[in-house]
Design a protein around this ligand. Structure first.
Ligand SMILES: [Zn+2]
Length: 300
């Protein structure tokens, strides 16, 4: 039952709803590596947080043995490498009620750059430990940000924050999910089921969601991620039909074509997604861990 719920949730995550207006805040914004993004939180200049900020009243554990023992040796080494790089242990926290209510009872990664130091936290759901591949998934997200210095999209435009978070999440998934599947045999069926579950949500939103742009954007990102990470997914024709139904079939083809041309350039991939969301590049910057943000190149 818990596993089934996890399917449903991560299905929502992968093509996650990217809509809703954030609150207006100065400086850069909160965004998340996975799951439906939360409302932006003011962080002050130079401070970067990914994830929910309302967990600190809870107790802290380091990446304890019972979690590490779930991971294959390569990922345990990745944990060590991340900890060496940041100079802190990866910590685990129980998922707070605030976060659970928003994202569901699932693991979540939190990156925070504070006082010149970087902290990496994994927030764990209540009850049974999550499946090993779900823990590995979070570690792989951390690896991409910390060890691979993948650029992360920032925006100070409140109305773009949630979509920006969804872009970050799905662009990360283009690399994280294949790696996860490489380490965990069960991850492939999990994600295929998750994307299949998403089709149901899209069918409903096509009929009922008044934010047509958000529906289109979420479906386009799901199309890109599914095309790249699950090329043998047997429901991709169905998703393509849904995209055609909303008049975005050609956009979907163009998006996968553009991605195939620029996939080695991480900033160009983010830029392409921003363009396909019909956003101006001027509202965005990119940042890598330990560096200052730079403007997103304008689309030409
Ligand atoms: Zn993820």
């Amino acid at each position: 039952m818990v596993h089934q719920k996890a399917h449903e949730k991560r299905a929502g995550e992968a093509g996650g709803k990217a809509r809703g207006e954030g609150t207006t805040q100065p400086g850069f914004k909160l965004w998340k590596l996975r799951h439906k993004p939360l409302s932006p939180i003011s962080l002050g200049k130079g401070r970067i947080v990914l994830g929910c900020s309302k967990y600190r009243s809870m107790f802290t554990l380091t990446m304890e043995q019972r979690l590490l023992s779930l991971l294959p040796v390569e990922l345990r080494q990745t944990v060590e490498q991340i900890e060496t790089r940041i100079g802190n242990p990866i910590r685990t926290y129980p998922l707070t009620e605030d976060c659970r209510r928003i994202i569901g009872n699932f693991p979540m990664l939190n990156l925070e750059q504070r006082d010149g130091r970087l902290f990496v936290d994994v927030m764990l759901p209540r009850g049974d430990l999550p499946p090993a591949h779900a823990i590995g998934h979070e570690i792989l997200h951390a690896k991409r940000a910390v060890l691979d210095s993948d650029p992360i999209l920032l925006t100070s435009i409140a109305s773009r924050c949630v979509a920006g978070a969804a872009i970050n999440n799905d662009v990360a998934h283009l690399r994280v999910i294949p790696e996860e599947m490489g380490h965990f045999r069960e991850a492939g069926p999990f994600w295929k089921q998750g994307f299949s579950d998403m089709l149901v949500g899209f069918a409903s939103r096509i009929l009922n969601d008044p934010d047509r742009q958000a529906v289109r954007n979420d479906m386009l990102r799901a199309w890109l991620v599914a095309s790249v990470v699950l090329p043998d997914w047997d429901r991709s024709d169905h998703l393509k039909k849904q995209l055609e139904e909303i008049g975005a079939g050609r956009d979907a083809d163009n998006l996968t074509r553009v991605y195939s041309n620029v996939f080695k350039n991480k900033i160009a991939v983010l830029s392409a997604l921003v363009r396909f969301h019909r956003f101006e590049a001027t509202g965005f910057q990119t940042v890598t861990v330990g560096s200052d943000p730079v403007p997103l190149p304008s689309h030409s």
